[in-house]
Design a protein around this ligand. Structure first.
Ligand SMILES: [Cu+2]
Length: 158
């Protein structure tokens, strides 16, 4: 079973849809799941973005679920959501602080939402545990150990 899962993951990487090798900028890190197939989404969870927090900031899902997150920016500024490990999010946050004008393109685990817009992100939660999300924009977030624009997803074991 483990072997099959690994080959599915490799196939995903080869299709070019997912650039989330662990060391890459924007990578989600290990154990947090993978981009989801929209056709397999079992439910929708709406998250509202305002300055500078997510509502809700705590979400419960079950292992194996694919969730369609609907991100609604009800704030005045642009916000982003990045799903990942605390390490991956902190690394990306540091990169953004260093290069605030860098061209920022969407990744399967990360999207920008302009004020007033609503966008979707589909994610599959393969492993039980805690997955994190945050807005890595400078000033919205200082790091996972500080208060700021971030939240947790509790993935309950099957
Ligand atoms: Cu933000």
């Amino acid at each position: 079973m483990k072997k099959i899962l690994i080959s599915i993951a490799s196939a995903f990487i080869l299709t070019g849809n997912w650039t989330g090798a662990v060391a890459d900028e924007g990578g989600a890190g290990e154990g947090v799941g993978s981009p989801g197939d929209p056709a397999k989404a079992s439910r929708t969870i709406e998250i509202t973005m305002v300055e500078n927090r997510f509502k809700p900031s705590e979400i419960n899902v079950k292992q194996g679920e694919t969730i369609k997150f609907v991100l609604k920016n009800a704030g005045k500024k642009k916000h982003e959501i990045m799903i990942g490990t605390p390490e991956a999010i902190d690394e990306h946050g540091r990169m953004m602080k260093k290069h605030p004008d860098a061209e920022h393109h969407d990744e399967p685990n990360m999207i920008s939402v302009n004020s007033g817009d609503t966008r979707e992100l589909i994610w599959h939660f393969a492993d039980a545990g805690t997955v994190y999300y945050a807005c890595p924009l400078p000033g919205h977030f200082k790091g996972m150990n500080f208060p700021g624009m971030k939240g947790t997803i509790n993935v309950e074991a099957k």
